[in-house]
Design a protein around this ligand. Structure first.
Ligand code: 2IT
Length: 446
């Protein structure tokens, strides 16, 4: 297998699908050597099969807004790979959602889910619906219209959607309510991220951020460093940034930034306590801006149109969206002697930024390892739904710890280089790939 040849074919077939092509290229570059030591993979065309989704559902979603006007959006579900379990992955509602974006996310999800140790295949879905500025009723009508098309494609043993950008507990509630009405199936396991009293797992809302901090702890520990008293730059202010800020503060670190599409907030006093609660209010306002934080807490400063990576920090945690940290940002972070960069958003760093980090021996870990605690806890939610029991916060947290530790070990096993540096990108990609590839081999040419 030659990465160059496969990429040339994919570029010709899917021109302009840049996020998808970027995600595939990164994985292929990581696995090329290992792959070529397995002629049986080449004979079974494992890579050619793995880079194509099993199937994509595309559908029109029509709903009526508060002014009585008819609105039309496009909905998707990309069922990427089912080699190690039923399709599993979130739904993203964002104006920029496209087949390319969901294919990149579904592809990443396949390897991420393989790393969690749980039996889950990879999927992603969503819509170009823009939740910004929508009323609660509009959100509900949209979710119902979306499920009217999706319900037939999903099921607890088939495909289990969850939240992602623009889809949280409220949206999962509306989606689940409509699913039951249409399918007449009352198995809670069809969606994850549900409320704790109706089948949801305790700690699922926090799990992505908590897991990311557990992973960062192992990352630093392996390098002989400690999280305590570290200054952390966080981007975003959604569910993931909120969970990360909560756990970082609990572990004795200080989060000094959050950000939105409008700019970033620098709060030298640290974003803790009521300020973390305020992040939830900001999110709930539905306006997708973080500037109001600086009005609420005058000791903080708002930097319009800028990203938080210019702030001198010990740890950088991109928690917002793909390609939010570029090559120039990487240079800036390294010039400021940042100890580690842990990608919490999916593909948060551009390929150029990742290459710079790896070339410089910077401690860096990719999203599919760092943020896997979210989907892992979704997996734990599915288990609780299947056995019709709810675990305590302690039980879930212990399992999450174990899973993040195991992911870190897998990355070290496959990513260790001769000079002792751990290439976590390579480690995560090879570990995830080997598990999926071996399962595909065992299941024949399908
Ligand atoms: O990117 C992700 O891993 C998620 N949005 C969570 C997916 C899930 O099924 O919980």
């Amino acid at each position: 297998m030659k990465t160059k040849d496969i990429m040339a074919r994919l570029q010709a077939k899917y021109p302009g699908e840049n996020e998808y092509l970027q995600a595939v290229q990164e994985v292929l570059e990581s696995i090329e050597d290992v792959y070529n030591q397995h002629p049986e993979f080449e004979r079974a065309k494992i890579v050619e099969r793995m880079v194509e989704p099993d199937r994509i559902f595309t559908f029109r979603v029509t709903w009526v807004d508060d002014r009585g006007e008819v609105q039309t959006n496009t909905g998707y579900r990309v069922q990427f790979n089912s080699a190690i379990g039923p399709y599993k992955g979130g739904l993203r509602f964002h104006r920029a959602v496209s087949p390319s974006m969901l294919k990149f996310l579904g592809f990443e999800q396949t390897f991420k889910n393989a790393l969690t140790t749980l039996p889950m295949g990879g999927a992603k879905g969503g819509s170009d619906f823009d939740p910004a500025g929508k009323s609660n009723e509009e959100i509900m009508r949209f979710c119902q219209a979306f499920m009217l098309e999706l319900w037939n494609c999903i099921g607890p043993d088939q495909d289990i959607p969850a939240g992602d950008v623009g889809v949280g507990g409220r949206e999962i509630g509306y989606l689940y309510g409509m699913y039951k009405k249409l399918a007449r199936q009352y198995n809670t396991g069809v969606l994850t991220g549900k409320g704790a009293t109706w089948g949801g797992s305790i700690l699922r809302p926090e799990a992505t951020g908590f897991g990311a901090l557990y992973f960062t702890h192992y990352l630093l520990e392996k390098a002989g460093k400690d999280l305590k008293n570290c200054k952390i730059a966080v981007s975003g202010f959604g569910n993931v940034a909120w969970g990360a800020a909560t756990k970082a503060t609990e572990l004795g670190a200080k989060v000094v930034t959050i950000s939105g599409p409008d700019g970033y907030i620098y709060d030298p006093a640290g974003i803790s306590g009521e300020k973390i609660d305020y992040m939830l209010e900001l999110r709930a306002s539905g306006n997708d801006v973080c500037q109001p934080y600086a009005e609420e807490f005058p000791e903080a400063t708002f930097y319009e149109g800028k990203k938080p990576w210019e702030v001198k920090c010990d740890i950088a945690l991109p928690c917002a969206t793909q390609n939010e940290l570029n090559g120039d940002d990487a240079d800036m972070l390294m010039a400021n002697k940042t100890l580690c960069v842990a990608e919490v958003s999916n593909m948060g760093c551009t390929a150029e930024a990742v290459d710079k980090f790896i070339a410089a021996g910077q401690l860096f870990a990719p999203g599919k390892a760092v943020n896997a605690g979210g989907v892992a806890t979704s997996g734990l939610e599915m288990t609780q739904n299947a056995i019709r029991l709810s675990w305590s916060a302690k039980e879930v947290d212990e399992k999450l710890h174990y899973i993040m530790h195991s992911i870190h070990e897998q990355c070290v096993k496959y990513g260790k280089t001769d000079d002792g540096y751990v290439n976590y990108v390579k480690g995560a990609n090879i570990a995830g790939f080997m598990k999926v590839a071996n399962a595909m081999m065992a299941q024949g040419i399908v």
